[in-house]
Design a protein around this ligand. Sequence first.
Ligand SMILES: Nc1ncnc2c1ncn2[C@@H]1O[C@H](COP(=O)(O)OP(=O)(O)OP(=O)(O)O)[C@@H](O)[C@H]1O
Length: 594
Amino acid sequence: MVDLLSHHLYSSPRVYIRELMQNAVDAITARRLLDPAAPAAVEIRVGDRLTVTDSGVGLTEDEVHRFLATIGRSSKRDADGLIEARSEFVGQFGIGLLACFVVADEITVVTRSARDPEAPAVQWHGYADGRYAIRTLPAGAGIEPGTTVTLVPRPGAEEWFGAARLAELARHYGRLLRYPVTLTGSDGIPVPISDTPAVWDRPQASPRARREALDAHCRELFEFEPLDVIDLDIPLVGLRGVAYVLPTSAPPSRKAGHRVHLKGMLVSDQAAELLPDWAFFVRCVVDSDGLRPTASREALYEDESLAAVREALGTRLRDWLAGLAASDPALLGRFLSAHHLAVKALARYDDELLRALLPWLPFETTDGSVTLDEFSRSHPTILVTQTVEEFRQVSSIAAAAGLGVVNGGYAYDRDLVRRLPDLRPGTSVLDLDPDTVTAHLDSVDPAVELAAARFLALARKVVDGYGCDVALRSFHPVTVPALLIDNREARHERRRAEQEAASDGLWADILGALRSAAPRAQLVLNHQCPLVRRVAAIADTHLAETAVEGLYGQALLLSRRPLRPSEHAQLNRAFLGLLEHATHDSGQGTEDER
Ligand SMILES: Nc1ncnc2c1ncn2[C@@H]1O[C@H](COP(=O)(O)OP(=O)(O)OP(=O)(O)O)[C@@H](O)[C@H]1O
């Protein structure tokens, strides 16, 4: 049992000092329940051995037999040992002391009860193999009520007994312990370990001084400068603490390590379960009386209290966000530029939050990066694309045609835009399909169309090989000579045709049978653009073909979708063809030709 519990329960030998401090603090708590004015001090001394002395309640000989010498028995439970642990104490399982056997072969406890002034001091000597010996010390030994635990490092475990190491560990676990704890090394000077009240409860000269102290605390613990500090207070479980807001975005996959103290003792510095998953923009430090640790005291016990705390802290963070919108828009702006993804993830399921933050959340639109609120005022009908690629394709044309399009291709954006009509009655949201854009491109005069008929036929022949049609339209901006309107079905059909061409036998037949009359892509030439008008008038057929290839390639680049190998080749051909023509046409020839 000793071996199992001492070696296999804890993640590291270092926890032994935590268990000793915790027993000392619990013993003082017990004594103070008898006498609120009783002394309260825990002294850790390090030399060739380690001693931890407390002015706590101590034990009688009978109690030593019952509690110290019996695994799993604890004075910190109610009489029958079955009911809930008593809430004043950190310990409850009756196994903590065994952690000392990870670093020492023997534990010596000298203790004198404060409960019974007549009771003599007792020395208990426990060995890692389960044996123990008890002796009563003479009445004149001058031992005060309280307890001293002594450990001699086992060979090989000395590293856990160095004064500097111990001070660091003791501070790590015991910084918020509610009674004074000191550590004295070989120089004989006691240094404080506990540092209470916690920084969030410490009186400060001004709110500014308090904020500076909290910022410094955050830098020390988490190594970042907080964007803001949110006070946390849930009286129901005696929880107080702070949430520090990260100044930059944290990947949602990285579990947030919150520091949780229970009655001052650090239980975990990696407790992700304290907050809802979406709250990945804060790191918290809290101290609570009402949560429960697991037996190893390295994690929180998942019970209803923890679930309630998680919910209450989630509400607190949401209120803070909503409050920020009203009280400090500049800070909210900085917060959103780092964390808008987290907020959007949250707002999808939370109408209230979405309503509060809608005026502040940025979206990519045909009016640039603006909030939906602002956008819906100038565009009562909002079109939303399914992909980033679709948005890139149509945004400049749609903007020129006065259409309001939101890029719905980013995570959460499409879902959020679709919720807008519920929050802003009078607005409507439609999926953008390329035909909507095409409908906004004005037809050209029939006479113009007729005059360009020969050129259009030639252009159709050139781009037919790319599964594309040609149309002549008139639209803004005039700087855009051609537009490639491509929709999902057309892309799908193109991919199918390519695979059919690349396969043979049965598979090609199957793919062939799937051939559909899906709309093809369309190269829309802009008659408003002077360049297009000049190209349409070129008499030289070869040059006209190369020019069409150039226009197609440029429209392809404008669509910003990834290019396939055949499209790369096409672009190359068009570019070199035009270059060739330009150099021949200049009439100067090259050096060699001359
Ligand atoms: N410094 C101390 N002063 C007085 N009693 C002590 C001290 N240390 C241990 N004890 C007694 O020994 C018992 C067993 O201690 P141990 O640390 O093994 O378990 P625990 O503190 O009761 O529970 P947990 O396993 O949760 O820590 C305690 O319940 C307490 O009665």
